[in-house]
Every structure is written in structure tokens, then in C-alpha cells.
Ligand binder design. Sequence first.
Ligand SMILES: *Cc1c(COP(=O)(O)O)cnc(C)c1O
Length: 376
Amino acid sequence: MMKYPFLNLADVNEPYFAALKEAAARVIDSGRYVGGEENEDFEEELAKYTGTEYCVGVSNGLDALRLIFRAYIELGRLHTGDEVIVPANTYIASVLAVTDNGLTPVFVEADPVTLNLDTARIEEHISPRTKAILTVHLYGRACYDKYLADAAAAHGLIVVEDNAQAIGADSDYPSAKGTYRTGSLGDAAAFSFYPTKNLGALGDAGAVTTDDAVLASTIRALANYGSDTRYHNIYTGYNCRLDPIQAAFLRAKLPDVDKENARRRTLAAVYEAHINNPAIKKPLLTSPDGCVWHQYVILTPYREQLRQYLTDRGVGTDVNYPVPAHKQPCYSCYASLELPVAERLGHEVLSLPISACTSVADALEISQIINEFRND
Ligand SMILES: *Cc1c(COP(=O)(O)O)cnc(C)c1O
């Protein structure tokens, strides 16, 4: 048992146990176990929180992304073989959603400071076949700026947000619609409520937000066997629906998501103020609203040595992510790509504890322990 666990989901959810049990009981008593009012209420509440017209609850974050791309194909806005700009540094699910739909990912190098997609390099990757940008607000940091918005506008590209890690973050650059909140910046956004995310369900869950009524209804149909009304199938769809028991759990936790994000910001500020080991590079501290710190990721060329050192002192850590998508066995077709920043990040990133199980006192002690680390 670690003195400073990286994450303990029972502890994270403990303050919500009473509300979660009440939510579960409500669903059990309702007799409605697929769809229904819990889903509708959650969708309305998440759309309101995000600042979009529509929200469709779905089974998980990967399905949310897959459904967005598939819906654009059904609507004739995307076609097999079209190119989609994707960040080279992301969780592989972002890329899987693109290739699963027969679209071609075009990997763009990571920005060595934000660790997000290097938006200044989007333009040079655009070809006549480029039809969309998938921006990922990685580690909770909004990835939306003038470069991205201008490239999308100049080439008429669809902007899809992978908002799995950044619920509640605000970009400091406004979208074309004048919004700032992640999930409302592009044409459609995918959310994941995997239990470890900033808003975590007690199982798999996800959602799509958008202002596009037609896209929303297409996704809703695709997620329900492709049927618009019962026994009337307009698409060869899937079963990717949100479980109402998860919707009920999420409704119990959504009102506190800003408070939970504020707690993460406080911990990030403690690390920023107190970690001062020259062997370690701390993450960029931008405007306070711009990042909800899904992960607090430091960089060090001595990653494995530091990780072992921390484990020996009871500090749990994680690596997000050790191998970029283009170096995974399933994407051997992209193995010859050279993306040195993303590849270096794979060797240097280390995520420190930043969940609700970490106190300010813990973060101070962890900073002290890190400051005493010496690479040899
Ligand atoms: C978690 C995550 C996903 C996938 O979400 P699931 O709910 O686990 O399917 C996609 N993209 C990113 C960036 C994620 O962190």
C-alpha cells in the first residue's frame, strides 16, 4: 500500500457514496434499465454545463468518437480515405476512432511545452484530402487556438474535440461561436466518464456534445442499432447506449465537477511552487482556467530511475503514455514516421498524484521527496 497512492477510486468516490446509492436505488426502483428519464436529464445537464444545444449519452469515450466520425460519413461530410489531423501525443483511442471509420490519421507532432498538438504545424500537414481536425485536450489542457481555428476556417475542416480529459476547462481563445468551454469549441465533442476521468462513472460511460441537431440525431440513431424509430433502421448501426444507472451516478457527481477541478488546480499550484529539482521539467502553468489537470505530467530523462525512487518512498505514479500510437504494433503501417517530440515524451513523461486522494500536505511532501532525487 502506497503512502501517497496515485489514485484510489473508492477514496475518490467516498464523499459521493450516499448520493450514488440513492441514485442506484432510484434506477432499480424505476424499472427502466435502458434509456429513459435519467439519460434525458443527464444529457440536458451536461449540455447546459458545456454550453451546447445537444448532448447524446453513449457507452464510452471511444464510442463517442467513433460515432461522431461515422455520423459525418453517413451525412456525406466525410468519406472513406479522407484525412484527419490527429495529435501524435494522445491516448490511442483518439486514433482508433479515426481508423475504425476508414479515415486516414495524419499525425502532427506534439508541442514540447504544452504537450498537446502543435497547432502551428497543422497547416503544413493539410492536403486536398484533409477534411477534419481531431483536437485532444490532453491531460486536461484545452488545445484550441488561433492556428487551429484559422486552419479549420481556411480549409473548411470539421473540428472534433476529444474532451475525455478536460471537462470544465476553458480555452483562452474563443471558438467561432464565441464560446470558451471545451466540448463547445468545435463541431462535435466526445466525453469519457471512465472511472479515472475528472468526472468518472462507476463503469464505462461517455457522451457527445454538439450544436448540430442533425448530427445529434444521427448519432442517437447510430448508437441504437441505426434506428430512428422502433423497427425502422436507417443505418447499419451499433448498440452504444449510455446505461441509465451510469447516467444517475454522473448526475450525482456533475454538480461538483468544478469543485473537483479546483482541487486539482490547487495541487498543481503546490507542485509548481515547490518542485525545484533541475533534473525535472514541470508542466506549463497557463491561465488557471485553461487546464483542469487530469494529469500533472513532469518530464525527466531519468524517468525510470525517478519512478523507482518514488515507488520506494511510497509515491504512486503513472506513465501517460509510454508508446505513441504510431509506434504501436497495430499501427505498424505508420512505424516509419518520425515524430521525435512525441517519441521523446514517451520516454520522459511521468504523472504525479493529483486526484482527490492527494491532500495539499501530501503534495508538499511529494515535492520535497522529488527535490531530494539525484540522478546518477
Ligand atoms: C479515456 C480516453 C478516451 C477513451 O475513453 P473510454 O471511455 O475509455 O473509451 C479517449 N481519448 C482520451 C484522450 C482519453 O483519455
